[in-house]
Write a protein that binds this ligand. Structure first.
Ligand SMILES: Cc1ncc(COP(=O)(O)O)c(C=O)c1O
Length: 446
């Protein structure tokens, strides 16, 4: 369902487009913050100006049009008539509520001159992924979390690290960097078509020298959910550590690091959590603090220092891996994500995401030139769908789709895959999926 935009009809599309895309939305009339009065602390005075969090009392039908349209209404990106956004896997656009929290906190800092207090985000993250507060380091993206482990874990020359053949650069480059520096060996395990095949492939890559398995929880290429619990159990039986690249799952489905049993989990706030760009967190199992040397350090990482003794040691918590001035606004924005998601209900989000993606997958099955790359197995897929068009290179299709249909998806050039990735999240509609399928059918006939 696309809302009519009077500006566009009057021919002001360019100005409106930039208002919606950029900082211009602070002046857009739909933005509640712009009209509000400031209180003594820089916060809004009138309660009703806080954008709403959709709230569900229990299970919501993934096809409940009224509820999901209300959710959709909360996202400025859905008011942009120049765009149908299906690339949440790259960047999750924030709803008004999360943006409001982010901007309010930034204004508060600039109004009051005090900027501390973001540390409370550790407890919120811990609650969301089920770990202890002291096991959370606050980072700025997934890559930073992965780098903390890849560069800091005590490894020696000849030790082996297993990755897959479907990595994002954010998991591949940190480990290859470590390999260059310390002659650690990177082994690549190809993904299978389903969970059992992938588990077997990882098992085959293990040798006596394997020290770490560093793999995505869900791949960025074809949206495959890896059988991580089984891989972790296998690894731990052989005293191998497991680091999960969790770029996508948080906010899409439940991530319980304790239940998974992983040793490290790196995630970000700016994909399915729909949070401020440049937020992230890293889970480090407490028992492993001594095995991961902090590499980038500063104020906050230490347990004390002086000019005589130098550095006394590290902070007792995973705070040892982060340091210096942090942004109150960013981390309050990230905390707002948890409230937004919990308001809707994570299970409701999972079902809606998967239902949209399943509709797409079912439609793709009937298009002759399409090769589906996402596993059809239920437990191995959710909101990311990968496919290839046999008659058109991925970049050509991606550009054509944007030009003709204004639909943004992501081309996947990684590893020569020449494929496409569609992400459907809570603000997308079944009508948008239908339109995308129509476009793919048209391209397949070319
Ligand atoms: C699976 C995966 N890992 C890592 C990253 C890198 O994330 P970030 O840009 O937050 O560092 C991405 C980004 O798309 C990703 O999809």
């Amino acid at each position: 369902m696309r809302e009519k935009n009077p500006d566009l009809e009057k021919g002001h599309s360019r100005r409106r487009f930039f208002e919606l895309l950029g900082g211009g939305f602070l002046t857009a009339s739909s933005w509640p913050l712009a009209r509000r009065a400031f209180g003594h602390n820089g916060l809004p005075q009138e309660k009703e100006q806080v954008p709403p969090i959709p709230s569900a009392a229990g299970a919501v039908d993934p096809a409940d049009t009224k509820f999901w349209l209300f959710v959709r209404e909360q996202f400025p990106i859905t008011k942009n008539n120049n765009l149908i956004y299906m690339n949440n896997g790259t960047m999750g656009p924030s709803p008004y509520y999360i943006q409001w929290m982010f901007f309010s906190k930034e204004q508060e800092v600039n109004f009051t001159g005090t900027y501390g207090g973001h540390d409370v985000a550790r407890a919120k993250v811990a609650e969301f992924i089920n770990c202890r507060e002291k096991e959370v380091s606050l980072t700025h993206n997934v890559t930073e979390g992965i780098d903390i482990i890849a560069q800091g874990l005590k490894l020696k020359r000849g030790d082996e690290v297993i990755i897959t053949n479907h990595e994002h650069a954010g998991n591949a480059i940190p480990w290859y960097t470590r390999a260059r520096r310390d002659r650690v060996v990177i082994k690549v395990a190809p993904l299978g078509q389903d969970a059992a095949q992938t588990l077997a492939s990882v098992e085959r890559a293990i040798t006596k020298k394997t020290k770490v398995i560093a793999i995505p929880h869900m791949t960025c290429t074809n949206g495959q959910i890896l059988p991580v619990k089984e891989i972790i159990e296998l690894a731990h039986r052989k005293r191998i550590l497991v680091m999960l690249d969790g770029a996508h799952p948080p906010g899409m489905f439940k991530v319980d690091v304790r239940e998974l049993g992983c040793d490290f989990y790196a995630a970000c706030g700016h994909k399915f959590l729909l949070g401020p760009k440049g937020t992230g967190f890293l889970y480090v199992k407490e028992e492993l603090f001594d095995r991961v040397e902090p590499i980038m350090t500063g104020g906050g990482s230490d347990s004390g220092w002086d000019y005589k003794r130098g550095l006394h040691g590290w902070d007792k918590t995973a705070h040892r891996y982060d340091y210096g001035t942090q942004s109150l606004a960013l981390y309050y924005g990230m905390m707002a994500c948890f409230d937004f998601i919990n308001g809707i209900g994570l299970d409701n989000i999972t079902r809606r995401d998967k239902t949209l993606a399943t509709k797409l997958l079912e439609g793709l099955k009937d298009i002759p030139q399409v090769e589906i790359l996402t596993p059809l197995e239920e437990k191995s897929r959710c909101a990311l769908t990968g496919f290839r068009l046999k008659n058109m290179p991925y970049d050509q299709f991606q550009n054509w789709l944007m030009e003709k249909y204004r639909i943004r998806i992501r081309g996947v050039g990684e590893g020569g895959l020449n494929s496409l990735r569609v992400t459907t999240h809570i603000y997308n509609t079944f009508e948008e999926v239908d339109l995308l399928l129509e476009a793919i059918r048209e391209a397949a006939r070319k």
